[in-house]
Ligand binder design. Structure first.
Ligand SMILES: *Cc1c(COP(=O)(O)O)cnc(C)c1O
Length: 363
């Protein structure tokens, strides 16, 4: 369908940023992957080209109707100097699930994963190797047909861009305060909460801003129908340790099926914890928090991997979890998952894929 992958190397390589101030998603590498779709022809013109702007017509459907989806994943340099991807096949599977929901034509997962590996090889000198740093990978698809009709686009563009990112926790795991949002909802049953699509993010920004203004760093989302069940925290999946059980909301259709969530469930069971995937109400959670049986809480997602929660605010009440400190299970999960991703420890689940050697192997 898309034919062979063409590679056009950049003749003007960019200066590399200082790894000390990478931040998140600020710098892009020298190359990008692009491929186009036209109805009747399918995906075609798959190529790696120098990174740069793309011309867009103001009538392109993505600007008006939000027909777009994306993924987020990371590559890491291990102590052996190999660059590794973490469960990348899961991201492209989910890419296609998101495509189906948003009426975007599916991609050939194996072809695009291979193209991603070629792109990383070409830009391997951009993969940072300092502890905690990584190469963030952003695949996405947009509707490009120039037509204001509100029906599925006949043309699309799929791209992958790469960005070296700093360690999420510069000064160690830091528990955050989260605020229970009771007015806005992120997603509803039957809606697009399960798809990784831009509109879910746009819809969440107002509540996020309000939580910030009130001194919290993330929103704890409740379900969109009864505003009763806990769904996600910010743009992460959420876990609670209640005594020796770990509870995470079951995938309801409005919750994003996180790859870090799935990995955490496997790893926590491997640690010997009982993990329950079930609906959990904010009332039940609050009761456990008040009687002290809620001893740990954390979010999971590619960016932070594991993010400890130290305090919850709900209307005018607040409650601390585990005295506001990072819990032992949260810390162990963070340590073991990040060291497996980097290749510091044995990959006992078969989750990593080696891409190539890094340009400057860490000693
Ligand atoms: C991407 C995302 C997550 C986390 O998924 P991972 O695969 O673990 O990165 C969780 N919630 C939302 C809303 C997301 O967009």
């Amino acid at each position: 369908m898309q034919g062979e992958l063409k590679i056009e190397q950049s003749t003007q390589l960019k200066p590399k940023p200082n790894t000390a101030n990478l931040s998140f998603g600020v710098y892009m590498t020298d190359h990008m992957f692009t491929m186009d779709y036209d109805k009747g022809q399918g995906w075609h013109d798959a190529k790696i080209v120098p990174y740069g702007p793309i011309p867009m017509d103001p009538a392109a459907k993505v600007f008006h109707y939000g027909q777009t989806i994306f993924e987020g994943m990371k590559a890491y340099v291990g102590p052996d100097g190999d660059i590794r991807l973490f469960r990348p096949e899961k991201n492209f599977e989910r890419f296609n699930r998101s495509c189906r929901r948003m009426s975007i034509p599916e991609i050939d997962e194996a072809f695009v994963l291979n193209a991603l590996k070629e792109l990383i090889k070409l830009d391997r000198s951009w993969v940072p190797s300092e502890p905690g740093t990584s190469l963030y990978i952003r695949p996405f698809a947009i509707a490009t047909e120039n037509h204001l009709g509100a029906n599925p686009s006949l043309n699309y563009k799929m791209m992958i861009i790469l960005s070296p990112v700093a360690a999420y926790y510069a000064e160690g795991l830091n528990p955050v305060r989260i605020y229970v949002e009771t007015r806005d909802v992120r997603a509803v049953t039957g809606g697009v909460g399960e798809a990784k699509t831009a509109g879910n993010y746009a819809a969440s920004m107002q509540a996020q801003e309000n939580a910030y203004a009130a001194g919290y760093s993330q929103v704890l989302w409740l379900d969109g129908v009864q505003r009763k069940y806990v769904e996600e925290v910010g743009s992460m999946n959420v876990f609670f340790r209640i005594g020796d059980r770990i509870v995470t909301p079951s995938l309801s259709g409005s919750i994003l099926n996180g790859i870090t969530r799935d990995s955490a469930i496997h790893m926590l069971r491997d640690f010997g914890f009982e993990v329950e995937e079930r609906p959990i109400t904010i009332d039940e959670l609050w009761q456990h928090a008040e009687d002290g049986s809620l001893i740990e809480a954390f979010g999971t997602g590619t960016a932070a991997v594991v993010s400890p929660i130290g305090e919850i605010g709900w209307e005018d009440k607040t409650v601390k979890i585990g005295a506001g400190e990072t819990g032992e299970c949260t810390r162990r999960l963070y340590d073991e998952l990040t060291s497996l991703q980097r290749g510091d420890s044995e990959d006992r689940f078969g989750w990593t894929q080696t891409v190539c050697r890094a340009e400057t192997a860490q000693s």
